[in-house]
Design a protein around this ligand. Structure first.
Ligand code: FPP
Length: 247
């Protein structure tokens, strides 16, 4: 709340007890465009714009971590034209983000295997991470060519390699040690996972990390997911009783 001049009105949110980490599956861009007779790529453009708005707002209310699903390991199956439009939007976003980093002071991070991206996009990702390393604001994690199963397999392989080199013993693999091999190493698990657009599934997103997350589903499509919709999700989260398997 430190950055906001006025306490936001709306759904009953206790802004002094926000979840530390919110994760969002930005779904429904295609349907949003179809409803308006527009090409799917226009939906992604509106989705990217909304990401900007929501990420800025999350920083303003003092959220510590925001993780968004921008492109999955399965999204390469989409038509080449749509894939290249999403990559173009990412490039545009990163260029703008780099331009306003000193002002925004948002810490940027990427989860996923970036090697299949163009060298230009990889370099932009690297630069945004590097420039923002020491910023103290909200940490925004963008999942790019990310899949939960792929992440777990990579972690298992990396640990197996450490064992083969004699640097680790199988017995040393605790949950905390495994965390350290994931793309999300050092980031606390998401407290709240939001999926707009009416789909009620996890779609390979943060499979390991969401073990005890609270889920919030809404029919609202991602480009229409406003701050007020975020308030509803936060209020719903605050109404839950989290027991982590206890009583
Ligand atoms: C899912 O909606 C959305 C995606 C696969 C792409 C998300 C990408 C963006 C919001 C733009 C770029 C991101 C950033 C961070 C600048 P869908 O296409 O599956 O929608 P549908 O289910 O209605 O077809």
């Amino acid at each position: 709340m430190a950055f906001l001049k006025r306490r936001p009105q709306g759904a009953e949110v206790d802004f002094d007890h926000l979840p530390r980490h919110v994760a969002i599956i930005m779904d429904g861009n295609g349907r949003w465009a179809k409803k308006r007779g527009l090409p799917r790529t226009a939906g992604h453009a509106a989705g990217a714009e909304n990401f900007r708005t929501i990420a800025t707002y999350c920083k303003d209310i003092g959220l510590e971590y925001l993780t968004v699903y921008a492109f999955s390991t399965e999204n390469w199956k989409r038509p080449a034209e749509e894939v290249s439009a999403i990559m173009g939007l990412l490039k545009k976003y990163l260029l703008e983000a780099i331009g306003r980093m000193e002002r925004d002071r948002v810490k940027m991070h990427f989860f996923g295997d970036l090697t299949p991206l163009t060298p230009e996009l990889r370099e932009l990702c690297r630069r945004t991470e590097e420039i923002s390393t020491h910023y103290e604001g909200c940490q925004v994690n963008i999942c790019l060519n990310y899949g939960g199963r792929d992440e777990i397999l990579r972690a298992a392989r990396a640990f197996a390699r450490d064992c083969a080199r004699g640097e680790k013993l199988p017995e040393e693999l605790t949950e905390a040690a495994f965390d350290g091999y994931l793309f999300s190493a050092g980031v606390p698990d998401p407290d709240l996972v939001i999926r707009p657009s009416g789909e009620i599934r996890i779609s390979n997103f943060l499979l390991w990390q969401s073990a005890y997350a609270e889920f919030y589903f809404t029919d609202v499509l991602w480009p229409d997911f406003t701050k007020e919709e975020l308030h509803k999700a936060l209020a719903a989260y605050q109404g839950r009783s989290r027991r982590f398997g206890g009583v």
